[in-house]
Design a protein around this ligand. Structure first.
Ligand SMILES: Nc1nc2c(c(=O)[nH]1)N[C@H]1C(S)=C(S)[C@@H](COP(=O)(O)O)O[C@H]1N2
Ligand SMILES: [Mo]
Length: 516
């Protein structure tokens, strides 16, 4: 084989390694952030660092195609670098791999300079580069095995040749398919995020009551009273967060109604919206678990929209459906209650819903577990009957109706903490949505229940924080438990119950050690 041909083949391996790098990075970016893709991050970096005259020339040359031109330019650069890396690896291993690593590090650093970047943003490029190096090493080894066979017509030559092309073809093919698919999802997510960031929310017609003074205790380790969106638990069946084009979004009310109703997002936003705080809880939350969060929601009362559709007598369930096919069955009677803020929410803590939490519209029903009420990316409400229909989780063994069970959690001290023999505070949260918390008690080593001090709740639909001063008397291990009583007088049961089929029960219990 001619030297030229050898290097062309080595360059081909370099290109396959580059495809593997970028394809892998796009797939990892799916799980990190779409803008953490090296293509996007390095492209944005280049736009930021080039001197103004280059930008002006690019715009003069390519007009509005300047971004496309930049991407084509970057693509060509990648091709050339890839070819060089492949050739280098054939001639002087492992310098090709070293070269690829250097390019990866440069791309990682430039991605890290983005304003929104977090440490996680390094992940797509780093993982991509590692995979690229592995592909490069294996590819060049296969090529060398083939090149080492001196008799061109031998069986061995045919086998090693096949091995080489098989590896290169399969790797490039798989990386291309996965990479292109991931790129499409990433760019859809970026587009929807861009649209979301231009949304101006209307002022609510009815603002949420102010958070009472003293509702938020200043205790280290206690979770915030209002959960920041970025920390809010996320539970759904979507492998990829659905991207909904707000301009096309509509909600249809169908089924057993006198009058089918369809509403666009602009129409929904023009209605008098209400703000309300509600603590969402997942039925899968274990005693003491974190699948619970409290936010300020803004939206339109579902009962007012249902009133337009005029549900027929006999309908007792609203089956809500999401763009991704998820369904939840909510009792119609609960949604119609005048004193319950069941809403079609468009905002969470003063921002349009984050994509993961249902952008552009989701349901929020205070007092019911998420799986029977909190449909995200909702597009349809169907009036029907519990006797006729089931929903996503009820088909999988969970109860048809899911009122949230009262519970309490100890956040401070952390379980297994080691504390000094000094005055300290025990603190946590307690909830009994839509009924309200009356009392929280704490007991140590199964002694007397002692009342905790309650911080004021924002409303009966939210959790509240509680605390109790305590001083460990001696150096030993302590068991601390808490229980809540709601305003109906129901006391949280100490009997341990697993989440299926309708929510966990039992007292949260932690052990800590006091040391002299
Ligand atoms: N479309 C859709 N909506 C959904 C779900 C889902 O899987 N798909 N999960 C539900 C469940 S089980 C819960 S607990 C809440 C969680 O809402 P969050 O992710 O905003 O915390 O969403 C509900 N809405
Ligand atoms: Mo859930």
């Amino acid at each position: 084989m001619t030297t030229r041909r050898r290097y062309l083949l080595a360059a081909l391996v370099g290109v396959v390694a580059a495809i593997a790098t970028l394809g892998t990075a796009e797939v990892v970016a799916l799980f990190v952030a779409p803008a953490a893709s090296p293509l996007v991050a390095v492209g944005s970096f280049v736009i930021d660092i080039v001197p103004p005259w280059v930008k002006e020339t690019a715009i003069a040359l390519f007009g509005t195609g300047d971004k496309a031109a930049l991407l084509v330019g970057l693509g060509l650069l990648v091709l050339v670098l890839a070819a060089v890396v492949g050739a280098l690896e054939l001639r002087r291993p492992p310098f090709g791999a070293v070269g690829l690593t250097v390019v990866g590090v440069v791309a990682t650093i430039s991605a890290g300079t983005r304003a929104e970047a977090t440490l996680l943003w390094a992940l797509p490029t780093v993982v991509g580069t590692v995979i690229g190096v592995i592909v490069l090493r294996i590819g060049i080894r296969r090529l060398s095995q083939w090149l080492a066979v001196t008799k061109a017509a031998s069986v061995e030559a045919r086998l090693t040749r096949r091995g080489f092309f098989g590896f290169a073809g399969a790797t490039a093919g798989a990386a291309l398919v996965a990479g292109v698919a991931a790129r499409m999802v990433n760019s859809a997510t970026s587009t929807v995020n861009a649209v979301r960031s231009t949304v101006t929310l209307p002022k609510p017609a009815v603002a949420a009551p102010p958070v009472p003074a003293g509702a938020s205790l200043d205790i280290d380790g206690l979770y915030p009273l209002v959960t920041p969106n970025a920390d809010f638990y996320r539970i759904d069946t979507a492998i990829i967060v659905p991207t909904v084009n707000a301009a096309d979004w509509t909600l249809r009310i169908v089924g057993e109604v006198e009058q089918e109703v369809e509403i666009t997002l602009d129409e929904l936003l023009a209605l008098p919206l209400i703000e309300t705080y509600a603590t969402l809880t997942c039925v899968s939350n274990e005693v003491g678990g974190g699948l619970i969060g409290n936010a300020k929601w803004m939206g339109y009362p579902i009962r007012d929209l249902l009133a337009r559709a005029k549900p027929k007598a006999g309908a007792d369930m609203v089956l809500s459906r999401s763009v991704d096919g998820f369904t939840a069955g909510t009792p119609l009677s609960v949604l119609m209650e005048e004193d319950r803020d069941s809403i079609l929410a468009v905002a969470m803590n003063g921002e349009p819903l984050p994509l993961e939490h249902g952008y552009p519209v989701r349901m929020v029903v205070p007092g019911l577990y998420g799986y029977v009420s909190a449909t995200k990316w909702v597009t349809e409400l169907k009036l029907t009957r519990f006797a006729n229909e089931t929903a996503y989780w009820t088909d999988r063994g969970w109860s048809a109706k899911g009122p949230i069970k009262l519970s309490s959690r100890i956040d401070v001290p952390k379980y297994t903490a080691i504390v000094p023999l000094e005055p300290m505070v025990i603190a946590g949260v307690a909830w009994a949505q839509h009924t309200g918390v009356e009392k929280v008690e704490v007991r140590i080593d199964k002694g007397q229940w002692m009342p905790a001090t309650l911080a004021p709740a924002i409303s009966d639909d939210t959790w509240l924080q509680w605390s109790m001063p305590w001083t460990p008397g001696e150096a030993k291990v302590y068991l601390i438990e808490s229980r809540v009583t709601d305003k109906n007088g129901t006391v949280q049961s100490g009997e341990r119950v697993q989440p299926p089929p309708n929510g966990s029960e039992g007292w949260h219990a932690i052990t800590i050690e006091a040391r002299a």
